[in-house]
Ligand binder design. Structure first.
Ligand code: GLA
Length: 671
């Protein structure tokens, strides 16, 4: 929230998605009373109201929304008012069946759910901007309005459409990317391969289902185009809102979480005044708290400071095979863990549990059971907690470690026809993030071409299959000037067109790492090799190996067995005044932790604060105080050395604070 248009609310904002249109008006008064009881300060309204606001084309009915906005204002609750464009009404599709999206197999989808539109449809764009404009004109000066909520989760259900309209839009995008040079595109896509050469722009189609593996660069450009197509809808709506209300900040709820990869949020972030995120736990993730931390750090990095948690859940969701409820204290730990990573607003999907519709089994702040429920008591408790933490707002985390994160590299790594289909970008990054999280080391995420890497002592590149020469040169420069760099396997392999960097792997990083790989040996699922050398006894590795020749680096660990027995698996290279490490395989978690510990010590990066195992630690730094967050995930609680005042209980801390089992402590420390 670092732009001129800031969200100006006192305290840490608290609330959720509010859908009063699903309820008779008698219920609204109870909503207001209970929102106040829970300490709710802001709700998102109108997200799915298009059919009510514009019951037929060009005919508006704002009576209900007027009452809702007034009611919120009367009760001192701010509105995060949405443009309702994520769910076009039935009349729209009746008039524009061509705006329904088509999947890769050529199947056109049907209305009857939400977000079932083609992102490149001119009819959709026109209708969306029209309703956005009408909402903006009606409420720009409403006193309840605090922020615009543009659309809802762009790309959640329609990240790509393969229809002919999308094909035409793709061509326009390609002509811009390749400056109208079809030869340039043919070269970039390597179309001499398999006779894929294009003689006319009109021959280019979306990467629809094919009999044999698709062209990788075609796929990659398609993913870039799909992200940009949705971004252009977002910025178009935002411009409409800005024209009506130049001082009101706008956000759209991103999905920085494990399962979503459709949008390049580095490109989205600069277009938004407030960055907000929707985060849900996956029931099959045994350490979901890691995903909260990772996505929170990524959000803070995208925002360049504090951000807003627009949605998470009080309990179970409705969209996983089995929807796990949260255990005692888990909802509070989750919410405060987001705050620890920089969230200055905490909101849920949703305020009141729906009785009908596809989300009737989704948890809410006010469950079906009503106020005599654990969830409600926890919701009220969390409201009080956030009030107690009000002063934390605007403070941020100061990291000396940067982890390189890149959507282009993610998309490219997961293209078909890779040496191994077992590589998952998010998992590779999380492998490296985990030991830092356990050790309590503060981490930022950066783009590969970040021009200010020198503010970090250590830059980690867990996975960067695709990298431009310029970005690789920036990382090498950082190292030469005295930084410590660590790079994971299968990085530096291809350029922005997904062409192999020639001359041996790892291509763009060969020189800085001081190694040359002449052949890749990915490992089969379940295959595990021993590692020996400067690694813990019994160290192993899986997933990947490669035949390395040292070209300046020295070996830290070698394979104990397998086809590469005796050859280097981990290397270290002095490059200029700095050091570059290469992890050419995936060490087991203990070995990876030991290596990263050593690398971190070499870079002189210490944990934020000494804590026992099971305690997550983060420090937010403000101008007048620091805030030490201690979160117990181990279930045992712990005594931790600290000085200051514990804000959740308001008790002074002189020397030691007790973090209760499964609980949280936040200490205001003098700075
Ligand atoms: C998303 C959407 C919400 C709701 C929740 C359910 O985050 O934005 O409208 O569907 O999922 O978890």
């Amino acid at each position: 929230m670092s732009t001129a248009r800031r969200l100006r609310l006192p305290d840490i904002a608290y609330g959720g998605d509010y859908n009063p249109e699903q309820w008779p008006e008698e219920v609204w008064a109870e909503d207001m009373r209970l929102m106040r009881e829970a300490g709710v300060t802001m709700v998102s309204v109108g997200i799915f109201s298009w059919a009510l606001l514009e019951p037929s084309e060009g005919v508006y009915d704002f009576t209900r929304m007027d009452r809702i906005m007034d009611l919120l204002h009367d009760h001192g609750i701010a509105a995060d008012l949405a443009t309702p464009t994520a769910a076009p009404p039935a009349w729209f599709f009746a008039a524009h069946p061509e705006a329904l999206p088509v999947d890769r197999d050529g199947r056109r989808l049907w209305p009857g759910s939400r977000q079932t539109f083609c992102p490149s449809s001119p009819a959709y764009r026109e209708a969306a901007l029209r309703i956005a404009g009408a909402v903006a004109a009606r409420y720009a000066d409403h006193p309840a309005l605090a922020m615009w909520h543009v659309h809802n989760e762009y790309g959640c259900h329609n990240p790509a459409c393969y229809c002919d309209t999308s094909a035409a839009a793709f061509r326009v995008w390609l002509r811009a990317r390749y400056a109208d040079d079809l030869d340039g595109l043919n070269h970039a896509w390597g179309t001499t391969f398999w006779s894929q050469w294009y003689g006319d722009w009109d021959q280019i189609l979306p990467p629809r289902a094919t009999a044999a593996p698709p062209n990788p660069t075609h796929r990659l450009d398609w993913r870039r185009f799909c992200s940009d197509a949705l971004l252009s809808l977002c910025t178009a709506e935002r411009e409409v809102l800005l024209r009506a209300a130049p001082d009101v900040p706008a956000t759209t709820n991103l999905m920085v979480l494990r399962t979503f990869d459709a949008l390049d949020y580095w490109r989205w972030a600069p277009e938004l005044d407030v960055l907000s995120n929707d985060h849900y736990l996956m029931s099959d993730d045994p350490e979901a708290e890691l995903d909260i931390a990772l996505s929170g750090d990524l959000m803070r990095s995208l925002a360049g400071g504090p951000w807003f948690l627009m949605e998470h859940s009080t309990g179970a969701v409705n969209w996983q095979p089995v929807n796990r409820a949260k255990g005692p204290g888990e909802m509070r730990r989750n919410a405060l863990a987001h705050v620890a990573r920089g969230a200055d607003g905490v909101a849920f999907f949703q305020w009141r549990a729906a009785r009908a519709g596809a989300e009737q089994w989704h948890s809410a702040m006010l469950p079906h059971a009503g106020t005599d429920s654990r969830i409600w008591r926890d919701v009220v408790g969390l409201g009080a907690d956030l009030k107690a933490l009000a002063e934390v707002r605007d403070s941020t985390v100061d990291a000396r470690v940067a982890v390189v994160w890149d959507w282009d590299a993610r998309w490219a790594l997961e293209l078909p026809s890779q040496p191994s289909g077992e590589l998952r970008y998010q998992d590779l990054v999380r492998d490296w993030y985990t030991p830092l999280w356990r050790a309590g080391v503060a981490v930022d995420f950066v783009r590969p071409d970040d021009p200010r890497l020198d503010r970090y002592a250590l830059v980690l590149v867990p996975s960067l299959y695709l990298v431009t020469e310029a970005a690789a040169a920036g990382l090498a420069r950082f190292t030469a000037r005295g930084g410590t760099l660590a790079v994971g396997f299968h990085s530096g392999m291809v350029d922005e067109n997904a062409h192999v960097h020639p001359g041996g792997h790892p291509g763009a990083f060969r020189e800085v790492l001081g190694v040359v790989t002449d052949e890749l040996f990915p490992l089969l699922p379940g295959e595990r090799l021993g590692l020996v050398g400067d690694v813990p006894a019994g160290a192993t590795a899986d997933l990947w190996s490669e035949r390395i020749r040292l070209a300046g680096a020295r070996s830290v660990a070698t394979y104990a067995d397998g086809p590469l027995a005796g050859l280097p698996a981990v290397t270290r290279h002095r490059h200029g005044d700095g050091t570059a490490w290469y992890l050419a395989t995936r060490p087991d978690p203990e070995t990876l932790a030991a290596l990263l510990h050593r690398i971190r010590e070499e870079a002189r990066v210490a944990p934020e604060h000494p804590v026992p195992e099971g305690i997550e630690v983060v420090r937010r730094r403000g101008e007048e105080a620091h805030y030490l967050f201690l979160i117990d995930h181990g279930g045992k609680g712990a005594d931790v050395a600290a000085e200051g005042v514990e804000l959740l209980t308001g008790t002074p801390v002189a020397g030691v604070v007790t973090v209760p089992p499964g609980g949280v402590a936040v200490i205001r420390e003098p700075c």
